[in-house]
Design a protein around this ligand. Structure first.
Ligand SMILES: CC(C)(COP(=O)(O)OP(=O)(O)OC[C@H]1O[C@@H](n2cnc3c(N)ncnc32)[C@H](O)[C@@H]1OP(=O)(O)O)[C@@H](O)C(=O)NCCC(=O)NCCS
Length: 185
């Protein structure tokens, strides 16, 4: 899905939230590697990603051309500061109403409203694409993300105490959350 919106951040700067293009591939990959090295809360370690710029270009083009998925970037002063996306959880009749939401922002840009802007934009896109329910998983210790999701209306519907195991052998419990986008009909 194609999307573009300008948002005013808490520090007065302007942020463009838009669907990624092939030209963004290098910046998106750089941001992905950085964010995955900065926090223990994401699903993979940075050295587990072996995506080439060509693959990233094709990925971003595919998401923008899609009517069921969106890959958004947040750009401030020409820098890709974060990404977020909505991905279909299946095209079959029983599951086509459900989509997954994911987000990550470079730590040096936290706390000025980019997370909120990307989350709001993803919810808007999910509604526009006709989804009934947006879903996510978040590590229970990730207080910042939990606060963001709760304030956006996501509610907890369960927990998985052994969702992730870190390389140090520590279990991470995930909170399962869902947001209803329509009256459910
Ligand atoms: C979670 C994350 C997306 C938040 O992004 P952000 O740009 O810092 O968020 P914002 O500045 O828009 O703040 C959004 C909300 O987060 C919460 N928040 C912000 N700073 C916080 C803090 N220090 N402590 C607790 N909650 C905080 C608040 O509820 C805030 O709401 P507000 O808009 O009413 O102020 C970002 O920290 C991140 O990418 N983290 C690493 C990757 C990650 O954990 N992704 C989620 C995986 S499920």
């Amino acid at each position: 899905m194609e999307y573009s919106q300008k948002v005013l951040l808490k520090d007065g700067r302007s942020c463009v939230v838009r669907s990624g293009t092939e030209q963004d591939a290098e910046g998106v990959l750089t941001n992905f590697i950085a964010t995955h090295a900065q926090t223990e809360f994401l699903t993979t370690y940075p050295d587990e990603t072996h995506i080439t710029i060509e693959q990233e270009k094709a990925y971003l083009k595919g998401k923008t051309d899609s009517k069921r998925d969106v890959a958004l970037i947040a750009e401030v002063d020409g820098v890709i500061t974060g990404t977020a996306g909505v991905d279909s959880m299946g095209a079959m009749d029983k599951t086509k109403h459900r989509a997954h939401f994911g987000i990550s922002i470079d730590q040096s840009w936290w706390g000025i409203g980019i997370g909120r802007a990307l989350t709001d934009a993803c919810i808007e896109c999910a509604k526009a694409m006709g989804y009934v329910q947006l879903e996510l998983e978040v590590v229970a210790d990730n207080k910042r993300a939990l606060a963001l999701y709760r304030s956006a209306g996501f509610i907890e519907y369960g927990r998985n105490p052994k969702s992730f195991r870190t390389r140090e052998g520590k279990w991470q419990e995930n909170v399962l959350m869902r947001l209803e986008l329509t009256d459910g009909n």
